[in-house]
Design a protein around this ligand. Sequence first.
Ligand code: NAD
Length: 498
Amino acid sequence: MRDIGHFIGGNTVPGTSGRSGEVYEPMTGEVRARVALASKADLRAAVENAKAAQPAWAATNPQRRARVLMKFLDLVHQEYDSLAELLAREHGKTIPDAKGDIQRGLEVVEFACGVPHLMKGEFTEGAGPGIDMYSIRQPLGVVAGITPFNFPAMIPLWKAGPAIACGNAFILKPSERDPSVPMRLAELFLEAGLPPGIFNVVNGDKEAVDAILDDPDIQAVGFVGSSAIAEYIYGRAAANGKRVQCFGGAKNHMIIMPDADMDQAVDALIGAGYGSAGERCMAVSVAVPVGQATADRLIEKLVPRVESLKIGPSTDPTADYGPLVTRAHLDKVKAYVDLGVEEGAKLLVDGRGFKLQGYENGFYLGGCLFDEVTPDMRIYKDEIFGPVLSVVRAKDYAEALRLPSENEYGNGVAIFTRDGDAARDFASKVEVGMIGINVPIPVPLAYYTFGGWKRSGFGDLNQHGPDSFRFYTKTKTVTSRWPSGVKEGAEFSIPTMR
Ligand code: NAD
């Protein structure tokens, strides 16, 4: 049995709490490791190391900081395959999907290599008589990221890449369910030349999180996870005076207009609804066909595709998706399927009885498909986070636009249509943060920002893209006048440009 500690000040340490959690291999259901759960003292040790290392890192010029990130990219590429397997075995997703998880994280690190440009300030010559004005961006100091289980490489890198590039020291509290990849990333950062103390990993649960939220030396907290925890973290960290951004859960709709290419729409739904066993914040969990005829055509094509999904162990590259992350989560998702039946939705494909030969203890669930789901049902309202797709039939476009707009979440949404007018109207009016037009999972690329609306996002700046450089820096504005430009005498009224 492997023991996973923390990565503090460039060293792997066991921690002092005496508490630990089990880390599963979802494809077999076996416990493969024990992860230390940090105490307040462990977190404090990480903060002290980060604080000591940060000023010299901030004083390192941005090109040199970028070169460390470039070297890190090289090192990750060299062990791409083994890292993807480690990730897949601990999370449950398939190896090709695990590679995507790593790649989407690296793309943000690539973007962060543009830090010399991205941190540039502004300058105005002659803003007033003899006056020049300029702004500079400075790092915040020690910052922290708290991340979910479902992207154990991508989301830590979305946070750490820009934060480190800006000259901050970073403390990561990854999910306690799959901590091995973040720990390996920490070693690779060190090998790439990042000074000890600039990237730390503190493993743990609520105790570690609360220690982060209350620590006076942590200037900013970035969180990704479920909405209830996002809201809690946003409130507590903000009350403690920190800069906070928290991204929460989702209920992503896909609208299928009567003129949509139905084969394309069904391909999109199968991949976006069931890929990674539905454990993605941008997974499509609600299909909204517009009009009864569209709905009937959709169901006719969708049912055989859901029935023939190939579910396999994470190491099977031909599997469509693998197991769920833990037995507890599997039980929760199954309970939602039971609930949907009780609520009166029509269960067209029931994956609850699925068993994989040779992997009987793995956390598998076959694809489930509900038709005739209505907005008052809990299976519509709650985020299920599993391979369960609900079809809500809309009578017209207006109703289809209203559904995602009135939903409490607002992460992603897609519309499938050939009608440019409808697509344009939808993109403009829908109350959701990320929109796909004939694209089912519209995750913006690294140089745009990522963020949901309503209960999918708390705080006012998005992740990655230019917003991340705003989030991880503070702006200083300097107004300067050299003695030759000074007017005689004291001025008692507020200076203006009149
Ligand atoms: P989670 O909320 O259970 O955990 C996220 C983090 O919070 C973990 O590090 C965990 O240790 C910590 N945590 C859990 N309970 C806590 C508590 N009571 N107090 C303090 N900290 C606590 O989320 P998860 O199950 O790991 O991840 C799945 C969720 O993340 C889904 O809701 C999914 O939609 C969401 N997600 C959102 C995005 C996004 O960008 N909006 C991206 C990925 C995942």
